[in-house]
Every structure is written in structure tokens, then in C-alpha cells.
Design a protein around this ligand. Structure first.
Ligand SMILES: C[S@@+](CC[C@H](N)C(=O)[O-])C[C@H]1O[C@@H](n2cnc3c(N)ncnc32)[C@H](O)[C@@H]1O
Length: 344
């Protein structure tokens, strides 16, 4: 692990924040590249073609995702913020957590509602943003340390699948997984991920989960096909990442963004569809991939949940539900879970 402070916070008034901000980077470049090669090779050469959603979140992708959350069609962020605005105080009272850990933290914007509530409750000492996107994490860590003068910020750059066990333990923690991120896992992966989160928790820790719920197809599909084309740009950016990291020869204008609801699986799938037949060389995999006209590469699924089914999944993973809240329209669901173990 590479552990280092935040550059650029050592001088002037910002100097006071430097000792409170720390970022550990667990994605060692060589091992990370090998893992990405293996994943890409398996995903691009299989049929149907598919990549893990983490390819979407390079620096530009993370910025584009932030822009998506501001689009009028993208309701999940607004609905989740509505619930958190009304209920963060309840979460703080129920958990009295000393440390907030945010899994897949992104820009950590809604997180401020939780930080404010825990600070008002008088228990908050620190915050750990955890994300695969280092640039985004460094930026948000700096801003939070600046805006919360007594907060310790201990960021971790890592991968959900490998690094949950290294998350810092600083007393009673609240682990938060917001933004519907759980929906990006398919059922088997989701069960493993929930099991790993549960295994990483101590008896006094809590888990706060924000999940998008099933609703009319038109609302769901509109959210992933915004009129401004930001989701399309976010999706197509994957090809730029493949070109840069794998020496691939994708021409983004030769692909079209598609997002559609798959009722059988209950998820939105985001695809890149080849506009015409083409062969793409991928130098570092020493392979070429042929796409027939209309053939797709799946870049993400975003599962929309049924409350009872999701409750069963969490119960099976060993969680016990303490509280749950929805927004006024019943679009999004925030749930608070304990480990179900006695705390004394
Ligand atoms: C749907 S976004 C949610 C962002 C933010 N929590 C929100 O609510 O707006 C998913 C986040 O998870 C991160 N992420 C995706 N795959 C990851 C992985 N394998 N390990 C760690 N973080 C990951 C992305 O970088 C991104 O910030």
C-alpha cells in the first residue's frame, strides 16, 4: 500500500487541514494493470461482450457521472438527497457513529448531510471515502477537510472486490453505500459483495444502503437517456479508456449509446452498439475483436429493486434491518442495517 498525504495542502491556511487528511492507495499500478488486463480480456473476447463498470470511472468518467446526477431525467440522486435531508438526523441518532465510511464515494456530495447530522449528534470524528477513482477521491477529501474544520479524513483508494478488509477501524462506524451502486452488481456478485461488507463490520458498526426501486419503464429509461447526451458521453468514454489503457483502436463515433430496461432481470443495461461491422485491434491483449453491425458491448447494469426481495438478500447476508425510508414518490429506498449481533 502506498500511503501519502494530500499534495497541495501544506501551505497557508490550508496547512491546518494537512494533518487531518490522509489517503492510502491500495491499487498498486502493476497489480492493478494486470487485473484490468485479465478482466478486459475475458470480457471483450467473450460473447456477449461485457466490461465491469469500474472501466467507466476514470477521471473524465467520474466527472461525467457527477454531471449525470444534475440532469433533469436522472431522478435517483434527487430522491436520495430528499430522503437524506429528512432522515440523516434519524440515522445519526440511531447509530451515534464516530466514523463514516462511504463505499464508492465519488464526489461525496450527499454525504455532507450525514456528516452534518453526525456532527450535530456530537459523535463524529472522521470520514473515510473509499473509491477506485483516485483523482475524484483526492479532490473530495481536500474539500471536506476544508469545510469541516475538526474532521479527520482518511481516504482509501481501492477496489470493492479486494480492499474492504483494509478499511480503517476507528470506533463505531457507519458504512454507507449510496447512489444505487449496489445495483451495479449482478445477483451472484451482489451476494458476495454484501457478504464481504458484512464480514468487514464489527459488532457495533452499521450499514446504510441507498437503493433504486422498480418503477415504470419510461421513467427508468429516460434517466439513462438524458436529452443533453451526458450519459451517452459517459458510456462512450469507456472506449477512450480502452484505447488509452490497452492500446485499443476503438473509434467512438462508430458506436452508439443504448440504455434499456430488461424486465427479466429487473435492470437497466447500458450498452455500446456497433453502428457497422468492424474489427478493433487491442495491442496489449495481442488480439483483435470483431463486431458485427448491431453487436453490443455491455458496460453496466443498474438493478432496480423490489423491497421484499432486497430485504431477503440482506437478511441472507447476515444483516438485520433497523429502519427504512422512501421519498414522497416511493422511487428510492434508504435502509439502515446492523450486523444483528449483540453489541456488548
Ligand atoms: C453510481 S456511482 C455513485 C457515486 C456516489 N456514491 C453517489 O451516490 O453519487 C459509483 C461509484 O463507485 C465507484 N466504483 C465503481 N466500481 C468500484 C470498485 N470496483 N471499487 C471501488 N469503487 C468503485 C465509482 O468510481 C463511483 O464513484
Amino acid at each position: 500500500v502506498e500511503a501519502r498525504g494530500i499534495e497541495g495542502v501544506g501551505a497557508g491556511a490550508l496547512g491546518q487541514t494537512a494533518s487531518r487528511v490522509w489517503v492510502e492507495v491500495y491499487l498498486r499500478p502493476l497489480a492493478w494493470r494486470c487485473l484490468r488486463y485479465r478482466e478486459a480480456k475475458a470480457g471483450l473476447l467473450q460473447s456477449p461482450r461485457e466490461l465491469s463498470p469500474k472501466w467507466l470511472y476514470d477521471e473524465r468518467g467520474s466527472r461525467l457521472f457527477e454531471e449525470i446526477t444534475r440532469q433533469p431525467e436522472y431522478y435517483p440522486t434527487r430522491r436520495e438527497r430528499e430522503i437524506l435531508s429528512a432522515r440523516a438526523g434519524d440515522v445519526a441518532r440511531l447509530t451515534r457513529a464516530r466514523w463514516l465510511v462511504e463505499l464508492g464515494s465519488g464526489a461525496s456530495k450527499k454525504t455532507r448531510l450525514l456528516l452534518d447530522a453526525l456532527r450535530d449528534e456530537g459523535t463524529l470524528e472522521g470520514f473515510t471515502p473509499f473509491d477506485v477513482s483516485e483523482e475524484m477521491l483526492r479532490g473530495s477529501s481536500k474539500r471536506l477537510a476544508w469545510d469541516y474544520p475538526s474532521l479527520q479524513v482518511h481516504g482509501v483508494v481501492g477496489d470493492f472486490e479486494q480492499h474492504l478488509s483494509v478499511l480503517p477501524r476507528h470506533g463505531r462506524r457507519l458504512l454507507a453505500l449510496l447512489g444505487g451502486t449496489l445495483g451495479n452488481f449482478k445477483p451472484g456478485e451482489r451476494a458476495r459483495f454484501l457478504g464481504a461488507i458484512r464480514a468487514s463490520m464489527g459488532p457495533e458498526d452499521f450499514f446504510l444502503l441507498g437503493s433504486d426501486l422498480l418503477k415504470e419503464t419510461s421513467t427508468l429509461e429516460a434517466a439513462y437517456n438524458d436529452a443533453a447526451g451526458v450519459t451517452a458521453a459517459f458510456n462512450l468514454n469507456v472506449l477512450e479508456v480502452l484505447n488509452r489503457e490497452l492500446g485499443a483502436g476503438f473509434v467512438p463515433s462508430q458506436f452508439q449509446h443504448v440504455a434499456r430496461f430488461d424486465a427479466e432481470h429487473g435492470w437497466i443495461e447500458m450498452l455500446l452498439r456497433a453502428k457497422r461491422a468492424q474489427r478493433v485491434r487491442i495491442s496489449s491483449l495481442q488480439a483483435s475483436v470483431s463486431f458485427a453491425e448491431g453487436e453490443t458491448l455491455r458496460t453496466e447494469v443498474s438493478t432496480k429493486f423490489d423491497r421484499d426481495a432486497l430485504t431477503r438478500e440482506l437478511t441472507q447476508a447476515g444483516f438485520a434491518r433497523l429502519a427504512d425510508w422512501t421519498d414522497d414518490r416511493g422511487d428510492f429506498w434508504l435502509t439502515l442495517w446492523s450486523t444483528g449481533r449483540a453489541t456488548d
